[in-house]
Design a protein around this ligand. Structure first.
Ligand SMILES: [Zn+2]
Ligand SMILES: [Zn+2]
Length: 247
């Protein structure tokens, strides 16, 4: 049991950092730069938590920031909790105002991301992601046995829920606090910051979306930022963007 729990926590941290640092702060916001192999590793770490095509992820997330809490936002809880949580995920293709060829120009020509995107047909990209994620667990099962395989699978399923939950709860004003008077409903929620390794400081993030650091006050601990900082100290990442509000 101890082995299972320890592995679950390790896989949870790994995949969460893949989502927060790889897919979110690196790919969607370009808040820092790194060599392509490290970028692929970080993005893959998130992809393996059933996160879907990286181009799709970044495109939808950029649309969220561009239209936050308006009718054009892909997942604002102002227009229904079900759609904000998983309803938007069940659509078949991009809405007309969201176009990866325009809004993810920096990613669309990458051959790996292009393959995972499956021509922008959502269900094909989602099925490919599920097959690859399950194949990864099958490989762990065959090489290391069922305990690490099950810990990895359950951790990935748990991590899959984190951004979906964050999309909803961090845009419900009564559940948290605002440090910045942004026009959207984004708020900071401490316990989501714990689960999402720093991403719960969501109002700070909406105020400074390009910043690699989102925890600003003393109590706003941001493990994803600490990870980026550690990579910077090791010389693995460059051009780390920290907005003036984050200094
Ligand atoms: Zn948001
Ligand atoms: Zn963002």
């Amino acid at each position: 049991m101890f082995e299972f729990l320890a592995l679950f926590v390790l896989f949870y941290i790994w995949h969460t950092l893949g989502v927060t640092v790889g897919l979110h702060r690196l790919l969607a916001h370009r808040s820092f730069s790194c060599a392509k192999p490290l970028e692929y590793f970080l993005v893959l770490s998130g992809y393996l938590a059933f996160e879907g095509s990286p181009i799709w992820w970044a495109t939808i997330h950029r649309a969220h920031h561009r239209h936050d809490d308006t009718e054009l936002d892909p997942h604002s809880p102002r227009f229904g909790l079900f759609n904000a949580h998983i309803g938007w995920l069940l659509k078949r293709s991009y809405e007309s105002h969201i176009n990866p060829n325009i809004h993810a120009k920096d990613l669309i020509n990458d051959p790996v991301y292009r393959f995972l995107e499956q021509g922008g047909v959502w269900h094909r990209a989602h099925i490919l992601a599920i097959v690859l994620c399950l194949s990864f667990r099958l490989a762990i099962l065959l090489i290391f046995g069922w305990v690490p395989a099950l810990a990895s699978l359950l951790a990935a399923v748990a991590v899959f829920q984190v951004p979906l939950m964050l999309n909803v709860l961090c845009h419900i004003p009564r559940l948290g606090y605002k440090s910045f008077a942004t026009a959207d409903d984004s708020v900071n929620i401490w316990w989501i910051a714990v689960l999402a390794l720093g991403e719960g400081w969501h109002n700070n993030h909406h105020a400074c979306p390009g910043s690699a650091k989102t925890g600003l006050k003393r109590h706003e601990i941001d493990p994803s930022w600490l990870f980026i900082l550690a990579m910077k100290k090791l010389g693995l990442v460059t051009r780390v963007n920290i907005s003036s509000a984050s200094r």
